[in-house]
Ligand binder design. Structure first.
Ligand SMILES: *Cc1c(COP(=O)(O)O)cnc(C)c1O
Length: 379
Protein backbone atom coordinates (compact mmCIF):
# COMPACT_ATOMS: atom_id res chain seq x y z
CA UNK A 1 0.00 0.00 0.00
CA UNK A 2 1.29 3.46 -0.88
CA UNK A 3 2.02 5.56 2.17
CA UNK A 4 -0.45 8.42 2.25
CA UNK A 5 0.08 11.97 3.35
CA UNK A 6 -2.38 12.40 6.20
CA UNK A 7 -3.59 16.01 6.29
CA UNK A 8 -6.90 15.35 8.04
CA UNK A 9 -7.88 17.10 11.27
CA UNK A 10 -7.43 13.78 13.06
CA UNK A 11 -6.18 11.19 13.24
CA UNK A 12 -2.88 12.90 12.47
CA UNK A 13 0.52 11.67 11.32
CA UNK A 14 2.46 9.74 13.94
CA UNK A 15 6.13 10.76 13.97
CA UNK A 16 8.65 8.01 13.40
CA UNK A 17 10.24 8.36 16.84
CA UNK A 18 6.88 7.65 18.44
CA UNK A 19 6.16 4.77 16.06
CA UNK A 20 9.45 3.15 16.96
CA UNK A 21 8.79 3.55 20.68
CA UNK A 22 5.40 1.89 20.21
CA UNK A 23 7.00 -1.02 18.33
CA UNK A 24 8.89 -2.10 21.46
CA UNK A 25 8.04 -5.37 23.15
CA UNK A 26 4.96 -4.75 25.26
CA UNK A 27 5.82 -4.19 28.91
CA UNK A 28 3.56 -5.18 31.78
CA UNK A 29 1.66 -2.30 33.32
CA UNK A 30 2.11 -3.39 36.96
CA UNK A 31 5.84 -2.79 36.93
CA UNK A 32 8.16 -0.05 38.11
CA UNK A 33 9.18 0.45 34.51
CA UNK A 34 5.62 1.32 33.49
CA UNK A 35 4.95 3.39 36.62
CA UNK A 36 7.81 5.58 35.48
CA UNK A 37 6.12 5.94 32.07
CA UNK A 38 2.88 7.05 33.77
CA UNK A 39 4.75 9.51 35.94
CA UNK A 40 6.64 11.07 33.06
CA UNK A 41 3.57 11.24 30.79
CA UNK A 42 1.52 12.99 33.47
CA UNK A 43 4.34 15.40 34.25
CA UNK A 44 4.72 16.26 30.55
CA UNK A 45 0.96 16.66 30.09
CA UNK A 46 0.81 19.01 33.09
CA UNK A 47 3.09 21.37 31.22
CA UNK A 48 1.17 21.15 27.97
CA UNK A 49 -2.18 21.70 29.74
CA UNK A 50 -0.72 24.20 32.27
CA UNK A 51 -3.02 22.50 34.74
CA UNK A 52 -3.33 22.75 38.52
CA UNK A 53 -3.10 19.01 38.83
CA UNK A 54 -1.61 16.44 36.45
CA UNK A 55 -4.11 15.24 33.82
CA UNK A 56 -5.48 11.71 34.14
CA UNK A 57 -4.75 9.12 31.45
CA UNK A 58 -7.86 7.25 30.34
CA UNK A 59 -8.16 4.37 27.90
CA UNK A 60 -10.83 5.61 25.48
CA UNK A 61 -11.21 8.01 22.59
CA UNK A 62 -11.90 11.69 23.17
CA UNK A 63 -15.63 11.17 23.55
CA UNK A 64 -15.01 8.83 26.48
CA UNK A 65 -13.18 11.70 28.15
CA UNK A 66 -16.27 13.94 27.55
CA UNK A 67 -18.42 11.33 29.25
CA UNK A 68 -15.99 10.93 32.15
CA UNK A 69 -16.08 14.70 32.72
CA UNK A 70 -19.87 14.81 32.53
CA UNK A 71 -20.53 11.99 35.02
CA UNK A 72 -18.00 13.20 37.54
CA UNK A 73 -18.41 16.95 37.52
CA UNK A 74 -22.17 17.43 37.14
CA UNK A 75 -25.30 16.15 38.91
CA UNK A 76 -28.42 14.55 37.49
CA UNK A 77 -30.91 17.18 36.36
CA UNK A 78 -28.36 19.98 36.64
CA UNK A 79 -28.71 22.78 34.10
CA UNK A 80 -25.75 22.94 31.72
CA UNK A 81 -25.19 25.41 28.90
CA UNK A 82 -23.72 23.53 25.94
CA UNK A 83 -22.20 25.74 23.27
CA UNK A 84 -23.01 24.29 19.84
CA UNK A 85 -21.90 25.62 16.46
CA UNK A 86 -20.56 22.30 15.23
CA UNK A 87 -20.55 18.57 15.64
CA UNK A 88 -18.29 18.42 18.66
CA UNK A 89 -19.76 21.28 20.64
CA UNK A 90 -23.17 19.71 20.05
CA UNK A 91 -21.82 16.34 21.22
CA UNK A 92 -21.39 17.73 24.75
CA UNK A 93 -25.14 18.34 24.75
CA UNK A 94 -25.83 14.80 23.56
CA UNK A 95 -23.73 13.32 26.35
CA UNK A 96 -25.48 15.59 28.85
CA UNK A 97 -28.93 14.50 27.68
CA UNK A 98 -27.91 10.84 27.85
CA UNK A 99 -27.23 11.37 31.57
CA UNK A 100 -30.43 13.29 32.26
CA UNK A 101 -28.99 16.78 32.48
CA UNK A 102 -31.10 19.85 31.76
CA UNK A 103 -29.22 20.95 28.65
CA UNK A 104 -29.52 24.54 27.46
CA UNK A 105 -28.39 24.58 23.83
CA UNK A 106 -26.39 27.68 23.02
CA UNK A 107 -26.98 27.40 19.29
CA UNK A 108 -24.56 28.99 16.86
CA UNK A 109 -24.44 29.13 13.10
CA UNK A 110 -21.76 26.65 11.94
CA UNK A 111 -18.71 28.83 11.28
CA UNK A 112 -19.48 31.35 14.04
CA UNK A 113 -17.62 31.68 17.33
CA UNK A 114 -19.31 32.29 20.67
CA UNK A 115 -19.64 35.94 21.63
CA UNK A 116 -18.54 36.10 25.30
CA UNK A 117 -21.13 38.85 25.96
CA UNK A 118 -23.87 36.41 24.97
CA UNK A 119 -22.55 33.95 27.55
CA UNK A 120 -22.40 36.73 30.12
CA UNK A 121 -26.07 37.58 29.50
CA UNK A 122 -27.10 33.94 29.60
CA UNK A 123 -25.40 33.36 32.96
CA UNK A 124 -26.83 36.59 34.33
CA UNK A 125 -30.40 35.77 33.28
CA UNK A 126 -30.31 32.10 34.31
CA UNK A 127 -28.81 31.76 37.80
CA UNK A 128 -29.69 28.03 37.81
CA UNK A 129 -27.18 27.41 35.03
CA UNK A 130 -23.68 27.13 36.45
CA UNK A 131 -21.92 24.70 34.12
CA UNK A 132 -20.72 25.51 30.60
CA UNK A 133 -19.34 23.15 27.99
CA UNK A 134 -17.53 24.17 24.82
CA UNK A 135 -15.24 22.71 22.17
CA UNK A 136 -12.44 25.30 22.13
CA UNK A 137 -11.36 24.42 18.61
CA UNK A 138 -14.46 23.19 16.79
CA UNK A 139 -12.96 20.72 14.34
CA UNK A 140 -16.09 20.43 12.21
CA UNK A 141 -16.05 24.12 11.28
CA UNK A 142 -12.44 25.20 11.91
CA UNK A 143 -13.53 27.78 14.51
CA UNK A 144 -11.49 28.73 17.57
CA UNK A 145 -13.64 30.35 20.26
CA UNK A 146 -12.33 33.37 22.22
CA UNK A 147 -11.41 31.17 25.18
CA UNK A 148 -9.65 33.67 27.41
CA UNK A 149 -12.74 35.91 27.55
CA UNK A 150 -15.08 32.93 27.83
CA UNK A 151 -13.10 31.67 30.84
CA UNK A 152 -13.15 35.15 32.37
CA UNK A 153 -16.93 35.44 31.98
CA UNK A 154 -17.49 31.93 33.40
CA UNK A 155 -15.33 32.78 36.39
CA UNK A 156 -17.12 36.05 37.04
CA UNK A 157 -20.38 34.10 37.46
CA UNK A 158 -18.78 31.32 39.50
CA UNK A 159 -19.66 28.83 36.75
CA UNK A 160 -17.77 25.63 36.00
CA UNK A 161 -16.17 25.67 32.57
CA UNK A 162 -15.62 22.30 30.86
CA UNK A 163 -13.58 22.51 27.68
CA UNK A 164 -12.96 20.05 24.88
CA UNK A 165 -9.36 20.79 23.95
CA UNK A 166 -8.98 17.88 21.56
CA UNK A 167 -7.72 20.03 18.67
CA UNK A 168 -6.79 23.04 20.81
CA UNK A 169 -4.28 21.82 23.41
CA UNK A 170 -0.80 22.12 21.91
CA UNK A 171 -2.20 24.14 19.01
CA UNK A 172 -3.36 27.34 20.71
CA UNK A 173 -2.28 28.86 24.02
CA UNK A 174 -4.85 27.64 26.54
CA UNK A 175 -3.33 27.81 30.04
CA UNK A 176 -5.89 26.08 32.26
CA UNK A 177 -4.75 27.35 35.60
CA UNK A 178 -4.00 30.91 34.58
CA UNK A 179 -7.30 31.37 32.73
CA UNK A 180 -9.34 29.42 35.26
CA UNK A 181 -10.55 26.62 33.00
CA UNK A 182 -11.95 23.96 35.34
CA UNK A 183 -11.99 20.86 33.20
CA UNK A 184 -10.17 20.08 29.98
CA UNK A 185 -10.50 16.89 27.99
CA UNK A 186 -8.26 15.71 25.19
CA UNK A 187 -7.45 12.67 23.08
CA UNK A 188 -4.30 11.03 21.75
CA UNK A 189 -4.97 11.09 17.99
CA UNK A 190 -5.16 14.79 17.20
CA UNK A 191 -2.70 17.39 18.45
CA UNK A 192 -0.65 14.69 20.21
CA UNK A 193 0.01 12.92 16.90
CA UNK A 194 -0.56 9.41 18.28
CA UNK A 195 -2.90 6.61 17.32
CA UNK A 196 -6.36 6.79 18.91
CA UNK A 197 -6.90 4.99 22.19
CA UNK A 198 -6.09 7.38 24.99
CA UNK A 199 -8.13 10.22 26.46
CA UNK A 200 -6.96 12.82 28.97
CA UNK A 201 -8.93 14.70 31.61
CA UNK A 202 -7.52 17.53 33.70
CA UNK A 203 -9.60 19.11 36.47
CA UNK A 204 -9.27 21.98 38.93
CA UNK A 205 -9.74 21.63 42.68
CA UNK A 206 -13.14 23.29 42.26
CA UNK A 207 -14.16 20.58 39.81
CA UNK A 208 -12.87 17.80 42.07
CA UNK A 209 -15.05 19.08 44.90
CA UNK A 210 -18.02 18.26 42.66
CA UNK A 211 -16.88 14.69 42.01
CA UNK A 212 -18.00 13.54 45.47
CA UNK A 213 -21.41 15.16 45.08
CA UNK A 214 -22.16 13.64 41.66
CA UNK A 215 -25.11 11.25 41.69
CA UNK A 216 -24.63 9.83 38.20
CA UNK A 217 -24.03 6.10 37.80
CA UNK A 218 -20.32 5.58 37.09
CA UNK A 219 -17.93 2.71 37.18
CA UNK A 220 -15.21 2.62 34.52
CA UNK A 221 -15.13 6.40 34.45
CA UNK A 222 -15.23 6.97 38.20
CA UNK A 223 -12.43 9.51 38.17
CA UNK A 224 -12.05 9.54 41.96
CA UNK A 225 -10.59 6.04 41.77
CA UNK A 226 -8.35 6.96 38.83
CA UNK A 227 -7.13 10.04 40.64
CA UNK A 228 -6.03 7.99 43.64
CA UNK A 229 -4.40 5.32 41.51
CA UNK A 230 -2.62 7.74 39.22
CA UNK A 231 -1.27 9.76 42.11
CA UNK A 232 0.64 6.53 42.87
CA UNK A 233 1.65 6.12 39.18
CA UNK A 234 -0.80 3.29 38.63
CA UNK A 235 -4.02 3.07 36.65
CA UNK A 236 -7.26 1.50 37.87
CA UNK A 237 -7.55 -0.78 34.85
CA UNK A 238 -5.26 -1.97 32.06
CA UNK A 239 -4.16 1.20 30.27
CA UNK A 240 -3.32 1.70 26.59
CA UNK A 241 0.29 0.73 27.30
CA UNK A 242 1.46 1.14 23.71
CA UNK A 243 0.01 4.63 23.37
CA UNK A 244 1.62 5.64 26.66
CA UNK A 245 5.03 4.62 25.26
CA UNK A 246 4.38 6.87 22.26
CA UNK A 247 3.06 9.67 24.45
CA UNK A 248 6.28 9.77 26.42
CA UNK A 249 8.14 10.38 23.17
CA UNK A 250 5.85 13.06 21.70
CA UNK A 251 5.90 14.96 24.99
CA UNK A 252 9.69 14.84 24.85
CA UNK A 253 9.57 16.10 21.25
CA UNK A 254 7.30 18.99 22.28
CA UNK A 255 9.70 19.87 25.05
CA UNK A 256 12.67 19.82 22.69
CA UNK A 257 10.88 22.08 20.21
CA UNK A 258 9.60 24.30 23.02
CA UNK A 259 5.89 24.58 23.81
CA UNK A 260 5.83 28.20 22.65
CA UNK A 261 7.34 27.19 19.32
CA UNK A 262 4.89 24.29 18.94
CA UNK A 263 2.01 26.77 19.19
CA UNK A 264 3.79 29.31 16.95
CA UNK A 265 4.38 26.62 14.31
CA UNK A 266 0.67 25.81 14.27
CA UNK A 267 0.00 29.52 13.83
CA UNK A 268 2.26 29.63 10.76
CA UNK A 269 0.60 26.56 9.24
CA UNK A 270 -2.81 28.09 9.87
CA UNK A 271 -1.82 31.43 8.33
CA UNK A 272 -0.18 29.77 5.33
CA UNK A 273 -3.15 27.52 4.63
CA UNK A 274 -5.65 30.36 4.96
CA UNK A 275 -3.55 32.49 2.60
CA UNK A 276 -3.53 29.61 0.12
CA UNK A 277 -7.29 29.14 0.37
CA UNK A 278 -7.92 32.80 -0.33
CA UNK A 279 -5.50 32.82 -3.25
CA UNK A 280 -7.40 29.85 -4.69
CA UNK A 281 -10.73 31.64 -4.38
CA UNK A 282 -12.08 29.42 -1.61
CA UNK A 283 -14.22 30.94 1.10
CA UNK A 284 -13.12 30.35 4.70
CA UNK A 285 -15.97 29.06 6.85
CA UNK A 286 -14.58 30.27 10.20
CA UNK A 287 -14.51 33.94 11.03
CA UNK A 288 -12.38 33.20 14.09
CA UNK A 289 -10.15 30.44 12.72
CA UNK A 290 -8.46 27.60 14.56
CA UNK A 291 -4.86 26.78 13.78
CA UNK A 292 -5.67 23.07 13.85
CA UNK A 293 -7.66 22.87 10.65
CA UNK A 294 -8.75 25.14 7.82
CA UNK A 295 -12.35 24.72 6.69
CA UNK A 296 -12.88 26.03 3.18
CA UNK A 297 -15.96 26.15 0.99
CA UNK A 298 -15.75 25.32 -2.69
CA UNK A 299 -17.98 27.40 -5.01
CA UNK A 300 -21.31 26.11 -6.34
CA UNK A 301 -20.73 23.71 -9.18
CA UNK A 302 -17.64 22.13 -7.63
CA UNK A 303 -18.15 19.00 -5.55
CA UNK A 304 -16.13 18.87 -2.32
CA UNK A 305 -16.47 15.07 -1.99
CA UNK A 306 -15.08 14.73 -5.51
CA UNK A 307 -12.09 16.91 -4.61
CA UNK A 308 -11.40 14.73 -1.56
CA UNK A 309 -11.68 11.60 -3.64
CA UNK A 310 -9.29 12.89 -6.34
CA UNK A 311 -6.84 14.07 -3.72
CA UNK A 312 -6.68 10.61 -2.28
CA UNK A 313 -6.87 8.46 -5.38
CA UNK A 314 -4.48 10.51 -7.53
CA UNK A 315 -2.13 12.09 -4.99
CA UNK A 316 -2.39 9.93 -1.89
CA UNK A 317 -3.30 12.96 0.22
CA UNK A 318 -6.01 12.44 2.81
CA UNK A 319 -7.98 15.47 3.99
CA UNK A 320 -11.50 15.55 5.42
CA UNK A 321 -14.74 16.68 3.87
CA UNK A 322 -17.59 18.42 5.62
CA UNK A 323 -20.04 16.94 8.08
CA UNK A 324 -23.83 17.12 8.07
CA UNK A 325 -25.25 19.90 5.87
CA UNK A 326 -21.76 21.10 4.88
CA UNK A 327 -20.87 17.84 3.15
CA UNK A 328 -21.31 18.98 -0.49
CA UNK A 329 -19.21 22.13 -0.16
CA UNK A 330 -16.71 21.86 2.66
CA UNK A 331 -13.08 20.78 2.67
CA UNK A 332 -11.17 20.50 5.92
CA UNK A 333 -7.40 20.60 5.60
CA UNK A 334 -5.72 19.61 8.85
CA UNK A 335 -2.39 21.07 9.97
CA UNK A 336 -2.06 19.91 13.54
CA UNK A 337 0.38 17.66 15.29
CA UNK A 338 3.92 17.10 14.08
CA UNK A 339 3.33 18.62 10.65
CA UNK A 340 6.08 20.37 8.72
CA UNK A 341 6.08 23.13 6.09
CA UNK A 342 6.94 20.44 3.59
CA UNK A 343 3.75 18.53 4.47
CA UNK A 344 1.58 21.64 4.19
CA UNK A 345 3.12 22.76 0.89
CA UNK A 346 2.87 19.26 -0.61
CA UNK A 347 -0.73 18.95 0.57
CA UNK A 348 -1.65 22.35 -0.86
CA UNK A 349 0.01 21.62 -4.21
CA UNK A 350 -2.04 18.44 -4.54
CA UNK A 351 -5.18 20.24 -3.36
CA UNK A 352 -4.74 22.85 -6.06
CA UNK A 353 -4.50 20.24 -8.79
CA UNK A 354 -7.47 18.27 -7.47
CA UNK A 355 -9.57 21.44 -7.33
CA UNK A 356 -8.71 22.30 -10.92
CA UNK A 357 -9.41 18.71 -12.02
CA UNK A 358 -12.81 18.97 -10.32
CA UNK A 359 -13.66 22.03 -12.39
CA UNK A 360 -12.65 24.85 -10.04
CA UNK A 361 -11.18 27.85 -11.76
CA UNK A 362 -7.97 28.83 -10.05
CA UNK A 363 -4.56 29.88 -11.16
CA UNK A 364 -2.05 27.04 -10.94
CA UNK A 365 0.48 27.61 -8.21
CA UNK A 366 -1.41 30.52 -6.63
CA UNK A 367 -2.12 28.73 -3.36
CA UNK A 368 1.34 27.30 -2.93
CA UNK A 369 2.92 30.67 -3.74
CA UNK A 370 0.74 32.43 -1.16
CA UNK A 371 1.68 29.86 1.49
CA UNK A 372 5.37 30.15 0.65
CA UNK A 373 5.26 33.92 0.96
CA UNK A 374 3.62 33.57 4.34
CA UNK A 375 6.28 31.16 5.57
CA UNK A 376 9.06 33.40 4.24
CA UNK A 377 7.59 36.45 5.96
CA UNK A 378 7.33 34.67 9.29
CA UNK A 379 10.99 33.74 9.47
C1 LIG B 1 -12.13 14.32 17.16
C2 LIG B 1 -12.77 15.21 18.09
C3 LIG B 1 -13.60 14.73 19.12
C4 LIG B 1 -14.03 13.30 19.23
O1 LIG B 1 -13.04 12.48 19.61
P1 LIG B 1 -13.08 10.91 19.41
O2 LIG B 1 -11.67 10.62 19.75
O3 LIG B 1 -13.44 10.62 17.99
O4 LIG B 1 -14.05 10.34 20.37
C5 LIG B 1 -14.12 15.64 20.01
N1 LIG B 1 -13.88 16.93 19.91
C6 LIG B 1 -13.10 17.45 18.93
C7 LIG B 1 -12.90 18.92 18.87
C8 LIG B 1 -12.53 16.60 18.00
O5 LIG B 1 -11.76 17.12 17.02
Amino acid sequence: MREELLMAPGPTQVPERARLAMAQTLCHHRTNQFSEVIRSCRAGLSEVFSSEEAPLLLTCSGTGAFEAAMVNFTRRGERVACVGGGKFGERWGEVGRAYGLDVVDVALEWGDALDPDRLDALLRDDPGCRVITISASETSTGVFHPMERIAEVSRSHGALLMVDGITAVGVHTLPMKEWGIDVMVCGSQKSFSLPPGMGFVAASERAWERADRSDHPRYYFDLRRERKKQAANQTAFTPAITIALGLEVVLEMMKEEGLGEVVARHGRHGDATRAAAEALGLELLAKSPSNATTAMLVPEGVSAPQVCKLLHSVYGVRIAGGQEHLKPRLLRFGHLGFISERDVLAGLAALERALIAAGHEAQRGAGVAAAQRLYDASR
